[in-house]
Design a protein around this ligand. Structure first.
Ligand code: MTE
Ligand code: MO
Length: 215
């Protein structure tokens, strides 16, 4: 006998809509995944920096960061451990806004972005992906500041909009570093923490680029 299972029903709906990537299943929770401890901050000491292939390196305090232009975006997010979460609402800074408003200026040699997080954790994305409307430096989830275990005060989020759910360039959620402290722009790519541990360097969800090498 098949008892009514609202999660399974919703998952089927999403699959029919073409929003559930291969090998993924719907979660209504928000799982926590990371290596190492959750940092705790004295926000008067916190800074965020941008350096590397930029015309001038920049640093912001938390107070200054909050004055940067912010936008809201609702996205589907897909974890390599096979859960997907739909219609998640984020608020934060979008890199192209900083460029357009002259707050930062990239050198034409900038091609990759290294996210530097607390305790030396890094992850890497190509600049093109970082400039997509689905890559955000998020300070809020669902109308509230991030939970400490989800990256408070600042994390990168990557995903797909509902309208463009099947974008073949959608990346797995680990490309979103929690406890972000700096962005480094580089000429050449540099695999990050999970990428060096065998996760796929590009990590496109619809192609199931989960692992490479010795897996
Ligand atoms: N700083 C840091 N960020 C990280 C990680 C980590 O180990 N350290 N893990 C990544 C992985 S593997 C995933 S799946 C997502 C999980 O985000 P969540 O805990 O908010 O669900 O964070 C990513 N960001
Ligand atoms: Mo992950």
């Amino acid at each position: 006998m098949n008892l009514f299972n609202p999660r399974k029903e919703r998952e089927n709906e999403l699959k029919l809509m073409g929003r559930l990537p291969p090998g993924q299943s719907l979660t209504e929770k928000f799982p926590v995944l990371h290596y190492g401890p959750v940092p705790h901050y004295d926000m008067s000491q916190w800074t965020f920096s941008i350096y590397g292939e930029v015309e001038a390196p920049k640093q912001w305090t938390w107070e200054e960061f909050l004055k940067l232009p912010m936008r809201e975006i609702t996205m589907d997010i897909h974890c390599v451990t096979r859960w997907s979460k739909f219609d998640t609402r984020w608020k934060g800074v979008w890199l192209p806004d900083l460029i357009e408003q002259g707050i930062i200026q990239l050198k034409p040699t900038a091609r990759f972005v290294i996210e530097h997080c607390e305790y030396g954790f890094t992850t890497n994305l190509d600049l093109q992906h970082f400039m997509k409307p689905t890559t955000l430096l998020a300070i809020e989830y669902d109308g509230k500041p991030l939970d400490p275990e989800h990256g408070y005060p600042l994390r990168v989020v990557v995903g797909a909009t509902k309208e463009n759910a099947k974008d073949p360039d959608t990346r797995y959620f680990w490309k979103g570093g929690k406890w972000l402290r700096a962005l480094e722009f580089t000429q050449t790519d540099r695999p990050g923490f999970w990428e060096q541990a065998g996760y796929h360097n590009v990590a496109r969800v619809w192609q199931e680029e989960r692992f490479e090498g010795q897996w």
